[in-house]
Structure formats: C-alpha cells, structure tokens
Design a protein around this ligand. Structure first.
Ligand code: FAD
Ligand code: DHB
Length: 391
C-alpha cells in the first residue's frame, strides 16, 4: 500500500491530523493497534481550550460538540471552605468547553470514514523504517498478513507507550522527565453536578477536582498515593474523601452510582526534537503533562495543526520552511504548558515538603484572590494562548 502521510495512532492527535490532511486533499492512512470500540470508550480528558474548539469547528466535526459541549467561563479554586472564582472569559475574552475526549474521538472517526478516509484498527507489530530516507515505510500485521505502507512522511501519533519516539536515535533525542510521587483516582458517576463550573480544591488530605460530562454525569478526581490500588477505594471511601476535600458550608457533592474508575500516574515528559528525517512526532508520543492544567489533548491538537500546515505548504509549494520550523514552534507551546501544568500541580497537591510548603500554597492561593494580575496570568495559561500567528 502507498500513501502520502502514514499516521500511527488513532487518538486525538492522529485523527485530527487525518481529518486536516483529508480536507487539504493530502492522502493519508491511519494505523491503530486497538479496536474501534476500545478507542471510542477510552475515558480520559474532558476540557477543551478555545483554540481546540475553533479547530474542530473549522474542520467540520463540531455538530455534536455544539449541541452537547458545556461552555464554561471560569473555574473555582477552593481551600479551607473558601471559594475563589477565576472568571476566565472576563479576564481573557476566551472560553473553555467540557466535552469528553472519547466523544471527540468518535466524532473524528465518523467524519474521517464518512469522507472516505482509510483507517485500520487492530493492526499489530507496527514498525517505522527508513525514516531518515526519502522513502520511509511502516510495516505492520493485519489479520495474519504482514503489510507494508510506503509513505512520503510518517506522523508518530501513537501516544506515550507507542513505538515511533524510539525511531529517533538516542544520540539525537533528548528526554526531560519528572515523575510525581502521587496519582489521580478518577471516577464517572451518575450524579447531577452540584456546581456550574469546575472546582479545583486544595486540602490537607490532598487535591480533588470536581468536573462533569453533562447535567446528569459528574467526573471527579482525587489525589492518591502512587502505590494505592483501586480495591483500597470502595465507593463509600471515595465519596467520603470527596465530601471532605471539597467541603464548603451548606453545600455537598452530589453522589450517585459510579460507572467508571481508574488511576492515572502523574508525569511531566518532553522528548526533543519532534522531527527526525521524514518522521514527525505529535501529542503524547512526544510529551506528557500532569492533568492538573488540562493541557494534554489540547497540546496534541496544537501539534498536528502546525504539522498539517507544514505538510500543506510542502505539498503545495515545495517549500519545507514550516516543516523545518515544526519542532521548535510546537515545543514553545509544549514548554509553556509544561510550566503551567507543573505550577497548577504544585499549587494544589499535597507535597512532600510538609507545613512550610502548605503555607506557600495557601499564600499563592490568597495572592490569586487579591491580585487581578495573578488571576489573569493563571487564566490566560488555562484557556490557552492564541495560536501562533505565523501558522
Ligand atoms: P493517545 O490518546 O494516547 O493516542 C495514541 C493512540 O495510538 C492510541 O489510540 C493508541 O492505542 C495508539 N497506539 C499506541 N501504540 C501504537 C502502535 N504501536 N501502533 C498503532 N497504534 C498505537 N488533556 C486535556 O487536554 N484536557 C484534560 O482535561 C485532560 N484530562 C486528562 C485526564 C486523565 C485522567 C488523563 C489520563 C489524561 C488527560 N488529558 C487531558 C491528557 C489527554 O488525554 C492526552 O494528552 C491525549 O490523549 C493525547 O492524545 P494523543 O493522540 O497524542 O495520544
Ligand atoms: C478534566 C480533567 C482535567 O485534568 C482537568 O484539569 C479538568 C477537567 C475532566 O476530565 O473533565
């Protein structure tokens, strides 16, 4: 098989790139090692930045997002029963939207296939080859058949545990990593959210986040230790801890049947550069942020927006200027998001530094409540800076 762009991975990065290229008349094939059902049910992110929503609109996959997405204009920061509202839209003119990542994935798959896209699920043994030549290939197994996809370019959108990143030789690749000594336990519950906007709560026991998916479904997270197992968290313990960490006078978290639960470790990671020859990395394949800043999916979408613009220029005019700039341009936003995600994580989680660190956290939270400049800085990072103007 032959194509112009071979895309490894059907997550938000790979699928958004596929729909962008399809719209520009550039042929591509997406290879995914999981089943369609699996990727459409994988519960992860929920918060879309202004830029991400605009891009999904621009590529014509936002009909359901328009109907079902929840538009928010701020967040709450809570500590010791006190709640501070950060009015994002008032401070930045930009908004945030709550819409589950698996819904974005469903919409992208449906649009790509309807428009005639080639997407292969459940392939195995994926390997990228000759990426530093002008004839890169992806070899894989489909059914029991060994297959080869000849490409002009390969996009490695295969997430943190994928195979593409390792195709950049060790002597060229630099990796930066920080692993946090805690994780998030996340649940979905059939319970009407008791809040109109997200609540990020600081508590002596640890961080908790109150999010949602609809008027009937709550999405909640609590900080837990890295070695804790789900079995140690029966429903009663989860609700008890959520009530305690989100406590505010005269108000309670609405409880209901829990129908999904999982534990996510927290990591900051960047691999540089994002390009080696004809291989381009995008999304979690190249970088991971702790989820506190809600940046992972949004960064993945930003990467492929830049990559698609580079490919359109290259195929359209023969100039590789934007492709040559891709790694540096994308990494500027990645490092901004790394810093912000780290800041939000350090601001709100129970850390190892004891009471001294707690006092610093409380002082920073108070500063946010008293300084418009501080709140503005948090807000513009949270909603995401406007897209780089040169792309
Ligand atoms: P992935 O979604 O990991 O997709 C990679 C795809 O490649 C997968 O489908 C995988 O099956 C496939 N694959 C892997 N290996 C291979 C292979 N060898 N061959 C073929 N296919 C392969 N981000 C936000 O922006 N906002 C949030 O609110 C937010 N909250 C989060 C909450 C949680 C609990 C978690 C876990 C994450 C959250 N994130 C959030 C992060 C976000 O989910 C990820 O950053 C996002 O999924 C990255 O998309 P991606 O396409 O790069 O990678
Ligand atoms: C959600 C997840 C996040 O990590 C976050 O910061 C905000 C919202 C969510 O899943 O809704």
């Amino acid at each position: 098989m032959k194509t112009q762009v071979g895309i490894v991975g059907a997550g938000p990065a790979g699928l958004t790139l596929a729909v962008l290229l399809q719209g520009a008349g550039i042929d591509c094939v997406v290879l995914e090692n999981r089943s369609r059902e699996y990727v459409e049910k994988r519960v992860r992110a929920g918060l879309l930045e202004h830029n991400t929503v605009e891009l999904l609109h621009a590529i014509g996959v936002a009909d359901r997002l328009n109907r079902e997405g929840l538009e928010h204009h701020g967040i709450y920061l809570r500590r010791q029963g006190q709640t501070l509202h950060v009015p994002m839209t008032e401070l930045t003119g930009r908004r945030i939207t709550i819409y589950g990542q698996q819904e974005v994935v469903k919409d992208l798959i449906a649009a790509f296939l309807e428009r005639g896209g080639r997407l292969r699920f459940e392939v195995s043994d994926v390997r990228v080859e000759a990426v530093n030549s002008s004839n890169p290939r992806i070899s894989y197994t489909e059914g029991r058949q060994a297959q080869e996809l000849e490409c002009d370019v390969i996009a490695g959108c295969d997430g943190f545990h994928g195979v593409c990143r390792a195709a950049i030789p060790d002597e060229i690749r630099t990796e930066y990593e920080f692993v946090y000594p805690f994780s998030w336990l996340g649940i979905l519950a059939e319970a009407e959210p008791a809040t109109d906007e997200l609540i990020y709560s600081w508590h002596e026991h640890g961080f908790s986040l109150y999010s949602m998916r609809s008027s009937q479904v709550s999405r909640l997270y609590i900080q837990v230790g890295n070695d804790e197992r789900l079995e140690e968290w029966p429903d009663e313990r989860i609700w008890e801890e959520l009530q305690l960490r989100h406590a505010s006078e005269g108000w309670r978290v609405n409880e209901g049947p829990i129908f999904e639960r999982g534990v996510t470790p927290m990591r900051s990671f960047v691999a540089e550069p994002l390009r080696y020859g004809r291989l381009f990395l995008a999304g979690d394949a190249a970088h991971i942020v702790p989820p506190t800043g809600a940046k992972g999916l949004n960064l993945a979408v930003n990467d492929v927006r830049l990559l698609a613009a580079g490919l359109v220029q290259w195929y359209g005019t023969g100039s590789s200027e934007r492709l040559d700039d891709y790694s540096d341009t994308a990494l500027r936003r990645v490092w901004r998001a790394q810093d912000f995600s780290n800041y939000m994580t350090q601001l709100l989680h129970k850390l190892d530094g004891g009471e001294f660190q707690q006092q610093l956290q409380l002082s920073r939270l108070e500063y946010l409540s008293r300084s418009r400049a501080a709140a503005c800085s948090l807000a513009e990072n949270y909603v995401g800076l406007p897209a780089q103007p040169d792309f």
